[in-house]
Design a protein around this ligand. Structure first.
Ligand code: SAH
Length: 260
């Protein structure tokens, strides 16, 4: 990690922690200087461990995320590696961040909520539409068997691919293309998650669900959507609305036009 960034991180944490006890401050400083990633994440120092734990204890748990596996995955995956360079120290705040090309990495809470709606048990094949930074794909890869993720912008896809391969994920396949059409060669999927806002549910995605499979998708207008969970039961598709949300546009054949 760049020394300048590390200093900024330290200052940021110290400022945030100035009201906390001395012990707490000391332990933060220790973690910042000594802690390393577990082997899965290589031998890099992890100056963000405290920030990441706080994201879980101060944002996700109080806002109703209960699934222990998801909370554990989100306290493991180094979110700061997925944001644009220079934004690392903001990576664990409760908000979306720019990842370049006008796209965003979703706020931690919405990542956790959408993942909870998928009810993953470790055996599922999951399709994600909208790779973006690759962060949501990493969370899915921690909790499911295989992850397939499609991104329409090739620069974003290759950057995400690089980060994910540095982190040694072996169960994620990336593809550049229009995700509104799904991934025909790899279908059907037990779960599909769309991380961009759609004007309506793309039929191709419903068709690529297994029987009993679930699709989580934001549907609505360009500025505000409802997060829908669709469960396939034979040829029937049951719909449930979870919350309101705000995503960038799903652009494609069964989505918005690029100029909409
Ligand atoms: N899941 C991402 C955040 C996604 S932002 C993360 O964890 O960082 C939404 C992404 O969807 C953007 O990168 C955008 O380019 C992409 N996107 C929009 N329309 C798409 C489409 N039809 N197919 C694939 N990706 C699409």
């Amino acid at each position: 990690m760049d020394k300048k960034i590390l200093t900024r991180v330290l200052r940021y944490h110290m400022k945030k922690e100035s009201s906390k006890s001395r012990d707490d401050k000391t332990s933060t400083a220790n973690l910042i200087s000594k802690k390393k990633y577990s082997t899965r994440y290589g031998e890099e120092r992890d100056p963000f461990e405290v920030a990441r734990r706080r994201m879980v204890t101060e944002q996700l748990i109080p806002k109703g995320i209960k699934d222990d596996q998801i909370l554990a995955a989100m306290s493991r995956v180094p979110r700061h590696l997925f944001v644009s360079p220079g934004m690392e120290y903001q990576a664990y705040e409760d908000r979306p961040l720019q990842v370049g090309f006008g796209q965003t990495i979703s706020q931690p809470l919405i990542v956790a909520m959408m993942t909870e709606e998928l009810h993953l048990t470790g055996v599922e094949r999951v399709l994600e539409i909208g790779t973006g930074s690759g962060y949501q794909a990493a969370i899915l890869a921690e909790l499911a068997k295989e992850v397939y993720t499609i991104e329409r912008l090739s620069d974003l896809s290759s950057r995400a691919g690089q980060v994910l391969s540095n982190l040694k994920y072996k169960n994620i396949s990336l593809k550049v293309g229009d995700g509104t059409l799904g991934w025909v060669d790899k279908a059907p999927f037990d779960r599909i998650i769309v991380t961009a806002g759609a004007p309506c549910v793309p039929e191709a995605l419903q068709m690529q669900l297994t029987d009993g499979g679930m699709l989580v998708i934001p549907v609505g207008d360009k500025d505000l959507q409802k997060l829908e969970v669709i469960t396939r039961k034979g040829e029937r598709y049951d719909k449930r609305v979870v919350t309101h949300c705000r995503f960038v546009k799903l652009v494609g054949d069964q989505g918005w036009n690029v100029n909409d």
